[in-house]
Every structure is written in C-alpha cells, then in structure tokens.
Design a protein around this ligand. Sequence first.
Ligand SMILES: O=C(/C=C/c1ccc(O)c(O)c1)N[C@@H](Cc1ccc(O)cc1)C(=O)NCCCOc1c(-c2ccc(O)c(O)c2)oc2cc(O)cc(O)c2c1=O
Ligand SMILES: [Ca+2]
Length: 484
Amino acid sequence: YKNPHYASGRTTMVHLFEWKWDDIAAECERFLGPRGFGGIQVSPPNENLVIWSRNRPWWERYQPISYRLVTRSGNENQFSNMVRRCNNVGVRIYVDAIINHMTGTWNENVGTGGSTANFENWHYPAVPYGRNDFNWPHCVITGSDYNCCPDRVRNCELSGLKDLNQGSDYVRQQILNYMNRLIDMGVAGFRIDAAKHMWPHDLRVIYDRLRNLNTAHGFPSGARPYIYQEVIDLGGEAISRNEYTPLAAVTEFRFGLELSQAFQRRNQLRWLVNWGPQWGLLASGDALTFIDNHDNQRGHGAGGNILTYKQSRQYKGAIAFMLAHPYGYPQLMSSFAFTDTEAGPPMNSRGDITSPTINADNSCGNGWICEHRWRQIHNMVVFRNTAGNGALTNWWDNGSNQIAFCRGNQAFIAFNNDAWDMDQTLQTCLPAGTYCDIISGARSGNRCTGKSIVVGSDGRALIIHRSNEYDMMVAIHRGADSRL
Ligand SMILES: O=C(/C=C/c1ccc(O)c(O)c1)N[C@@H](Cc1ccc(O)cc1)C(=O)NCCCOc1c(-c2ccc(O)c(O)c2)oc2cc(O)cc(O)c2c1=O
Ligand SMILES: [Ca+2]
C-alpha cells in the first residue's frame, strides 16, 4: 500500500483541488502527461451535501450523502473517461476517500446527485445507511479528547459529522463496494480522509479487502492500491501516526510546517543538511509529503503558518527543495484563488464550477492558480524525475541560508536565501558542459532562455546568485530541458 505505481520515470503527484473531471482529462493530455507528472489527487467523487446556506463552501465535499459518483466535478461516465484518458498518458488517479463519516447537522438535506438524507435520525437512503451503521452512544469530539481519549476521537463525531462504525460488516461492505468500483475503473489508490478518526484494525480489514489494481489500465498484476492516510500529527496528541504506518503511507504534516519555517528564515537553511527522519519525520517510504494542502493553506486543520501561493517567492523555494531532495513522495497543491477561507471554487450563479482557462503563457485564468503550471515548479518535477534514485551528495552551505547539493551525477541545485549575494565555485557532480538554469528559464534549441552555467572538466562551476534575483535558487540537470 506504500507504492504509488507511477509510470516509469515519474515521481510527483498534483492535487487538482475542485477540478472537474473533463478538465482534468484535458490537463492530463495537454500538460501533465507530456511534462512527466506521475499522478493526480482528485476531489471526493462521491455525492456530497449541497450547502447553499454557506454559499457552497469547499468543505461541503467532505460531507458525504451517498457513494453515487455525482458531484459538481461530473458524473460517473465523465469520471471513468478521465481515469482512462489520464492512464493512457501515464498519469495516475488517486481518490480522496471520505469513509469516516456522512453529513453534519445542517438544514440542507439534498446531495449533488439529488439524493436526500435525514441526518436527525441517521437516515441515508441512497447508500442505504441507518441508525445501526453509526457509532453509539452519540457523542461529539471536543478539543481535549485529542490529548486524553483515543476512543472518543475514533467513536465520536468530528465536527458534528455522523460517525460511521467501520467495525460493522455491513458498513465495511458499503465502503468496499464504493472503493472497489473505483479500482475497477482504473484508479491507482486513495487518500484516506480523517484516518485518525478510524481504528487502525478496521482500516486494515478494509484495505485487505480492496481489489488489486486493474491490469487493463497498465498496472502490473497483483499491484495493491497506493494508500496514504490523513493523520494530522504534529506531536503531543494521544494518537500517533505510528499507529497507521504499519498499514499504509501517512501524510507527513511536519514536512510542510518545518520547510515553511525554514524558507521564511525562521530556521537557517544550513540545518536542512540532515533533512528527513533526523528531523522527527516519518521514514521516507511511509511519507506523503507536501508544503501546503487544501486544508492548511486556509488555516484549517494542522496549525502553524504554512507557505502558500500567496507568498510565491518563498513558496517556490520550499517547493524546489521538496522536489530536489530525495525524501518522501511529494504532492503539489494546485489551488483556486481565495481570500475567504470558507469559499468554494469559482462558480456561476447556478453553482456550476467554472473551468480554468489556459493563457498564452501557459498560466491559468478564471480564478484558478495552477501552481503546477508555474515554470519553476513543473521544471522541478522534471528535475526530480531526472534525479531518479540518485543519492544526495556534496552538500555545501555557507553556515547560513546558502546551500547546494547534487543528486547522483544527474542534477545540481543551489539556494541563496541570505540577504547578500552568493558567489561560490561549487562541485555540481555533472559532466563538463553548459547547462541552462531551469528556474530562470530552460533550454530552447541551442540556447538558454534564462541563466546558463558552465561546468568544468572537474565538475565544478562558478555559481553567482544575487540576493535580489527573481527566484532564490538555480537548478541544472542532465535532461534535455537543461543540458546544452
Ligand atoms: O473546516 C472544515 C473542514 C475541514 C477539513 C476537511 C477535510 C479535511 O481532510 C480536513 O483535514 C479538514 N469544516 C468546517 C465547517 C464545518 C463542517 C462540519 C460541521 O459539522 C461544522 C462545521 C469547520 O469549521 N470544521 C471544524 C474545524 C475543522 O475540523 C475538521 C477536521 C479536522 C481538523 C483538525 C484535525 O486535527 C482533524 O483531525 C480533523 O477534519 C474534517 C474532515 C472532513 O472530512 C470534514 C470536516 O468537516 C472536517 C472538519 O470539520
Ligand atoms: Ca470515526
């Protein structure tokens, strides 16, 4: 459950938060496939409660009303087409699975597919679920429960959301019917939302009853789904992520928190020399890593001030470090613009999500940020693919915020987050030649659209990077984007 099953040579997934299935399929064929992206996390595809009283907030999709594949992103047919078209170009699909709970206590009672529910008596006819399928006695999680009472965190309601009993064979069967149908359609795995709020032994039973991935979509026979469990654990709670790592991968929230600190100069970059488990992070193979996610980019969930697209220069620096460093399985966030932390995706007056437009410079419009289309970010995805399993070697730092390192003999990156210029001759581990910096530009024919770096026969190069340059790093590698 810890293998993403990316197509060969691919390493990175992107969360296309709130995108519609038809738009994702198009993005796979026109951008993500050709640019070497490994996979996509999609928003929950199951029917959710329609909450107009809060003007269709993003979190309404985290309130299931059934497992029917009808949401504002599209219907079952459009979902199936998206999976097929993305797999065809080597881009995997991972589904955000909301299996801990159903809806909260709202006046609304209609879902995105027209199903109704009556939460007062735990009545969800479109599954169907009834009173016996939820945890009893009725209780609601309070803040102090996270520190004292693991049983309550699992068996009581999170934010008033009706709490399913995953110990019941019937509930397990409904969840498995839903997840196995998605596997048959060709998905590669799942994000398990609110995993902390479910018992590890129940999750293990469910995971072990999932089907193997569908070989008709290019997966090897016997391939198990990739599963990454959302466990927000910044330390200090009664429940530890170590209860979940024996089962499958886990979201490593400390990763984004620490790198956000470092790239805002609350920690010197030089301390990243031993980045990984020595910083209290999970074992690399257990960790789904990210800088920000849909939840903490708007201050919900895991606290601390997380870098987002809004602090773009520092954000690109942190993302570049995440993609250059061999630790973990990285996920990029792709957002819609927001100021109101409750606001849902761009939509028309009827509540239909509006599609991203693609500008001449490859950026997105219509209220979509598309961080994955920023040159510095998608070029670093290619950097990570090119680096492969090359080890991190030749770490250099200036005792402050200038650092540099190699990945095998395939790639080299240097950062300058000091308030003064960087001017150093450093070992790049690359063969002699001229390389285009893929942060300030890329190779175009036999020239560089941005900076270029000359590597001597000893592998060393003069790296000059001013403190006021547009981006704080320079990166080169042996792939076609960079090597002249
Ligand atoms: O802000 C939100 C939604 C946040 C949210 C949604 C999806 C996530 O994956 C997530 O991590 C957070 N929800 C709003 C609105 C809300 C929703 C339901 C409700 O009955 C009342 C209000 C909110 O203000 N929620 C209370 C604080 C956020 O508490 C939530 C957490 C959460 C936060 C911190 C933790 O350490 C943790 O273990 C869990 O997970 C959810 C998961 C869901 O699947 C659905 C949810 O409603 C929530 C969720 O409310
Ligand atoms: Ca629960």
